[in-house]
Structures are given as C-alpha cells and as structure tokens.
Design a protein around this ligand. Sequence first.
Ligand SMILES: C[S@@+](CC[C@H](N)C(=O)[O-])C[C@H]1O[C@@H](n2cnc3c(N)ncnc32)[C@H](O)[C@@H]1O
Length: 395
Amino acid sequence: MLTADSDSVLRLVEIEGRGRALVAAQPLKAGQIILRDSPIVVYSAFPLVKSRSSASYCGNCFRTLSSSSVNVMACPSCSHHHRFCSPNCLTVASASSHSPWVCQALSRLRDCPSLVSQPLERQVQARFLIAAYNLALISPSDFQVLLSLQGQDSPSDAPAVQFLHSLISSVCPPPSLSITIELTAALLAKDKLNAFGLMEPISLQQDGQRSVRAYGIYPKASFFNHDCLPNACRFDYLDSALDRNTDFIVRTIHDVPQGREICLSYFPVNLNYSARQKRLAEDYGFTCDCDRCKVEANWSDNEAEDVNDNGNIEEEEDEGEEIMDEDSDEQMGSDLEHGAEGGEADFPHAYFFVRYMCNRDNCGGTLAPLPPSDDAPSKILECNVCGNLKNEDDE
Ligand SMILES: C[S@@+](CC[C@H](N)C(=O)[O-])C[C@H]1O[C@@H](n2cnc3c(N)ncnc32)[C@H](O)[C@@H]1O
C-alpha cells in the first residue's frame, strides 16, 4: 500500500485501540523525509462566491496567480470564476479537477441562495462533495481509496448531509453515477477525519494568523495517528515553483528507533490539555492518553480551566499562565515550570517546547531539522508554519 520509497522507512500496522498506524521500519534520523504523499483530491477552502478583494489562486495547482503573468488562462466556460496559472494547468484541470461537470456544478451551486447564504463550512463541504463525486467519475480506484479511509458518519452530521445531498441531487447530479444519501454521509465523514489544510504562506497574512487556502486528502498520510508530543511533522510548500507543490512532506523531529509509531499532532502543539482533549473528542472521536496527556491530566490547574468557543483556555487572571494562543511564550514558561515540578518524568515534555516549538509570535509551529546530509544531522531547524530557520547552537 505504501510506495517503494516510504515502504522502506514506514510500515503500516494495526494497533489495538488506535486502528491503522505507521511505524518506523528502520531507525530514523532527525530531519529525515519519511513520506512524500500526493493528494487524491484537493479542493478550495474559499466561499463559492469569492469577494473581489480575495487573492487569486490557480484552480489546478493552487499556487498564487501573479496578476502580471501573461500565462494566466481563464476557463472558457466560466471565465470570471476559474483561472489557471498556465495553459498546462488549464489542460490538466479540464481533464480532472475542473472537468466540464465540475465547472457546471460549481456554477450552478454559486447561483443557489440557499447554499451561498450558509456558513463557509457548509460551502466548503459542497466543494468537497463535488470533488469527491468527480473523483468517482475520473478515477474509480482513487475513489475506493477515499472510501477506505477512517471515518463513520454520526447522527449529529445528519442535517448537513441531508441538506447537501438533496441540493446536489437536484441542482447538479453527477452524470452516470447514482448517489445515495448513505454515500454522501460516508464521504463527509471521511473528509472530516482526513482532510489536511494547505496553508497560505505566512508572508501573505496581514495579521500573523495563517489561513487555509485549500484542503487535500492524502492516501498514506491519512494513516498517521495523533500524539500531543509528535515525533514527526508535516511541511507544505504550496507556492513552491517545483513540481508536486501540493504534496504532503513529513520529516522526523528527532531520531526515532525502529518499531516506534510515527505520530503527527493534529493541531498546533501549544494547545493545553483541556483544549486538546476537547478537540480530539469532538473532531476525531477519541480520548488521548499520550505521555504528555498522562502528565498534564494530573496538573491541578486544569481544574480551573474553562474552554471557550475557539477551543482556547480561559482562566482567572491570577492563574493565567496557560492562555496558549494569546501568548505562546507564557505557555512555554508554564510547561517548563510544570516540567521542573514534576521531575524527570515530565522532562521530555518541557524539553520539547524549548527545542521544537517556534517562538515567533502567533506562529505555534513545530521545528524539525533540515534533512541530514551524508548521514550527518543538520543543526538548522525549520518551522513547519512560518518557515523560520533556527540554528540549534543559537539556543
Ligand atoms: C486520520 S485517522 C488515522 C488513521 C486511523 N488510525 C486508521 O485506522 O485509518 C484518525 C483516527 O485515528 C484514530 N486515532 C488517531 N490518533 C489516535 C490516538 N492517539 N489514540 C487513539 N486513536 C487514535 C482515531 O480514530 C482518529 O479519528
């Protein structure tokens, strides 16, 4: 199931209570690229009707469109909506992600007031369903891979499923494919658990917050389980001029022994215990009992925490060490303090924050060394969110 390359470094196994998982098939070096995975489906994270001020991206590769480029091509059927960075991207998209049916379906959905008045999440789900049904038409084998990923529909999703299913069935049914409400529900469940955000480069963000430009579903990367102190992290280079700019690239954060499970963190590592548990229970349906959670579950100040609507922790002012997203330095300080109190068992936890968490304001990214050269580990660590480079000797 894994490619020849990743086969030699990663092994797919089943772990009781965790489902499928990827483990190191050999000892891994810090910074080593352990997976490069191409998406089976990519779709835009933007509302169906884009505002005039929003930046433009190629409808095929999702790179930023340069307004001065003479190569930019518009789709001849929907020229005011979809543009492509080159004639090649237009040709590729016309036979795949922007087929005549997708073009027509998105145009019709844009004209549906009942959908465009919905919150962004619902509109993006509609985009995903169009992309997924298109996958069934153009690549039945990839569609089966999508259906084989983890994710069960839940009763709480029923209203969204019902709404989107009847809308697509009536407004833009895919040709020669019979879609059922069960299939729509299954697809949305796969999307919820397995879609990874392809982020705007931080340089394009005015406020320091990084938003999602597109979502991708990756057949192999979908097998990574979560750990609140991950041993690997994912890099994306959406605006890279190199080929395969939507690939998912995973590098180890530190050395990993053979047989150890490789885990990513499903969200920024600076969230605290309550916020992490809430997110994992609500979005991924499990309770995390990783080493970090075992330690933090015993911290008495969790009792005083209160999770707000954004998943951030609100505390009384005199106990305000853990308001993660507002000041990650405070969070780091707090973790170090707890690490020191907790003795040796807590130490790796505190060490992780000092060494592998980006300390730029509002970043929240994780640092991993650059790939080793000639087996010598790199001393340069790269942040997977802002791209900042840090020399470990500068600590
Ligand atoms: C993207 S999938 C990861 C691969 C999945 N284990 C599988 O069998 O395909 C996410 C799901 O894996 C499971 N999972 C991930 N991390 C876990 C963990 N630390 N403990 C228990 N289950 C976990 C949860 O069911 C979660 O919804």
